[in-house]
Design a protein around this ligand. Structure first.
Ligand code: GDP
Length: 332
């Protein structure tokens, strides 16, 4: 399908988005909305569907929609996601929904002749004890972290689907692996959120209630590489527009922090001066997963948002979400 197309002639590059029909799946989530923000000035036609309009799990609905709308470029972001606790309690949901969604969108992209698709995977697809920093070639070389295995297997299947469709059909499908994301539009659910949102919420609640301490899960020693969502959106545009000779790109900030350092930084940004307590009955998860982002850097991308500045803007977003919830418009 791609043979003879513009993207194939350009070695997988899409130098201009002008006039293209671009489908961003999951555009209401944190990453999807960041990608939409970053595409606003591109003179492209954005195709955005809410879950009520198109349920990505529904194969025939997705097929019909794609045949009718024929997107040129697809940022495939829509997926069931959640933090370490959500993954531990809902593994079947994560596996089932993500396998269905990916199959529908990726196969649909081939059937309807999309020029290029960029699929978002996850750093949990790497072996739990991978050599650091983790290169793309480490995938499937060791056992996965058991806390998030079902979700990880679904994302590995998505990466493998992009790879297989490239190989068998010449499709221009590429997967990217981000580290731990945070930023505006994050999910601040007390149990189901990722680490930054979870800690932000508890630090804020402790400050507001005048509590002397707040709780951080695990023992504080695991390390996580944080990336602001606007940096990932920028990197995904770079992968979409560049000639991509690889099928997989890590997209990281290049350095990681201990959970205790993240908690200290969040407490400082929030203005909480009390004690931070570690709850070792909660899982640590993988001890370290720093990405080697050499491939994406060689395409000319580099992150722009520092952790401190990023956390300040994330906290402002959290405060806005609390205000909205308090005014009864949305639950935080
Ligand atoms: P992961 O990177 O896939 O493991 O996902 P998370 O974003 O959920 O990060 C989990 C790591 O952060 C583990 O080491 C947790 O013990 C630690 N952590 C500390 N406090 C929290 C919290 O409030 N929420 C979450 N999700 N993780 C936390």
């Amino acid at each position: 399908m791609v043979d003879g197309s513009e993207a194939a002639i350009l070695g997988g590059a899409v130098p201009s988005f002008e006039g293209k029909k671009i489908w961003v799946t999951g555009h209401r989530g944190m990453l999807g909305s960041a990608v939409v923000r970053s595409l606003r000035n591109e003179n492209a036609q954005l195709l955005l569907t809410t879950r009520a309009e198109l349920d990505l799990v529904d194969q025939s609905a997705v097929q019909q929609w794609m045949e009718k709308n024929r997107p040129d470029l697809i940022f495939h972001i829509g997926a069931k996601v959640g933090g370490i606790h959500a993954n531990a309690t809902l593994p079947a949901d994560f596996l089932r929904e993500n396998l269905l969604i990916q199959t529908n969108v990726i196969d649909g992209a081939k059937r309807t002749g999309a020029q290029k698709l960029v699929f978002v995977a996850s750093n949990c697809t790497y072996p739990a004890k991978a050599e650091q920093p983790i290169k793309e070639t480490a995938q499937l070389t060791g056992a996965l972290d058991e806390n998030i295995r079902a979700y990880a297997v679904s994302k590995i299947a998505g990466i493998e689907m992009c790879r297989a469709y490239r190989k068998q059909f010449g499709c221009n499908f590429v997967a990217v692996i981000p580290p731990n994301l945070y930023g505006p539009g994050d999910n601040y659910h007390p149990q189901h959120s990722h680490v930054v949102a979870g800690i932000l919420r508890r630090a804020h609640e402790a400050k507001e209630s005048g509590a002397k301490e707040f709780v951080v899960w695990g023992d504080g020693t695991p390390r996580r590489e944080l990336l602001h969502v606007d940096d990932l959106a920028d990197a995904m545009k770079c992968v979409m527009s560049a000639p991509t000779t690889h099928d997989l790109y890590n997209i990281g900030s290049g350095h990681d922090l201990a959970i205790s350092e993240i908690a200290d930084l969040v407490a400082e940004v929030v203005g909480f001066n009390g004690k931070i307590v570690y709850d070792s009955t909660k899982p640590n998860g993988t001890m370290r997963k720093l990405l080697d982002s050499g491939r994406i850097q060689s395409l000319g991308w580099a992150p722009k948002v520092s952790e401190r500045a990023g956390l300040v803007s994330a906290y402002k977003d959290f405060l806005r979400s609390v205000e909205v919830a308090d005014s009864g418009l949305r639950l935080g």
